[in-house]
Design a protein around this ligand. Structure first.
Ligand code: CUA
Length: 351
């Protein structure tokens, strides 16, 4: 029986060790989660070896003999054995519970100087806001500093998960949920939505970058400077920078430049193909066909585009279903962002 147990334990251990079940850790929280994983796995391997050995031994040693029709001996319990198989699993399960509780509490602790980042989730995009109202579509985190996320959803339940960082938390409309991540290595990762949230769920991802603290500070300062420039002058400032870059037309180009950033920040590319934005998703209509679609709807192009953003149910392009595109953009986009989007989508952009 001991031999069988040893063989079972070796096989189970090989399966546990040889297959890479978890991604390489990139956060303190993931290190702790990995510890819980191995703590429970090692206990499970021990139990598996014991159970496998007893079953195989019992099946083999007590198998029925040919022509043996007699009943087995009457047995009534075994008090010592029953006490053992009650107490030992109880201790093991409680120890897993205690270890998990300690890790959960440590993983929820952001320490004394966390970076606070607000997360806005919507079908089907992520947006992040750093102190000083810096909004980005990319999540950038400083190395070895705890980042405390405060998360809100504009529509349905989403869930934030960066596989290498372990932590996972639902984003629920109506409440603010929190999670802490402390990166332990620099590099590029992917934030993935892990709650089935609609047709574009699989496309709801965001790039994640971990920078060392000096590089992070430079990045944040750059973002603040860029944000301040755009905010003070509104469309005019954006137009100035884009005009300089492209040499394009005046007022319309300014709007379109804002529209281009809005296209990214509002997550339009999560569902729509639009060549000028370099997106190729196919959940919603191809926005390169807007001129034709407006004609079919019998409306001027600009009016058609604005209506389709604010009230997406008004005209459903054939081949697509109603009820997929969020109807909240009329509220969440500013008038400047909306008119910018219309300009960008109608091609009034110098590129
Ligand atoms: Cu958001 Cu799935």
């Amino acid at each position: 029986m001991v031999a069988i147990a040893v063989v079972a334990a070796v096989i189970a251990s090989l399966v546990a060790v040889l297959i890479r079940w978890l991604p390489e850790s990139a956060s303190e929280e993931m290190d702790r989660i990995t510890f819980v994983f191995w703590f429970a796995t090692i206990i499970s391997i021990g139990i598996f070896a014991l159970v496998a050995a007893v079953i195989i031994e019992a099946v083999w040693a007590f198998r029925v003999q040919p022509d043996d029709d007699t009943d087995g001996p009457p047995i009534h319990g075994n008090t010592k054995l029953e006490i053992a198989w009650t107490i030992v699993p109880a201790i093991l399960v409680i120890s897993i519970g205690v270890v998990s509780a300690i890790v959960l509490s440590k993983n929820a602790n952001a320490g004394s100087d966390p970076l606070e980042v607000k997360v806005f989730a919507q079908q089907f995009a992520w947006k992040f806001e750093y102190p000083g109202k810096v909004q980005t579509e990319e999540l950038v985190m400083p190395l070895h500093r705890s980042v405390k996320f405060e998360m809100q959803s504009a529509d349905v339940i989403h869930s934030l998960w960066i596989p290498q960082m372990g932590q996972k938390q639902d984003v629920v409309p109506g409440i603010t949920t929190k999670i802490v991540i402390t990166p332990t290595r620099t590099g590029n990762f992917t934030l993935i939505c892990t709650e089935l949230c609609g047709l574009g769920h699989a496309t709801m991802r965001a790039p994640v970058r971990v920078l060392d603290q000096a590089a992070f500070k430079r990045w944040l300062d750059d973002q603040r400077a860029a944000g301040a420039g755009a905010a003070t002058g509104g469309g005019a400032a954006a137009g100035g920078s884009s005009g300089g870059q492209s040499g394009g037309g005046a007022a319309a180009a300014g709007d379109a430049a804002l529209g281009k950033t809005t296209f990214a920040s509002a997550g339009c590319g999560g569902c729509h193909t639009f060549k000028p934005a370099g997106t190729d998703a196919q959940v919603g209509p191809d926005l390169d066909n807007l001129v034709a679609d407006a004609k079919k709807a019998g409306e001027p192009e600009d009016q058609y585009i604005e209506q389709s953003i604010v009230d997406p149910e008004a005209v459903i392009v054939s081949g697509y279903q109603p009820g997929v595109m969020p109807t909240t953009f009329g509220k969440t986009l500013s008038p400047a962002e909306l008119s910018g989007l219309v300009a960008f989508l109608s091609g009034k952009e110098a590129n």
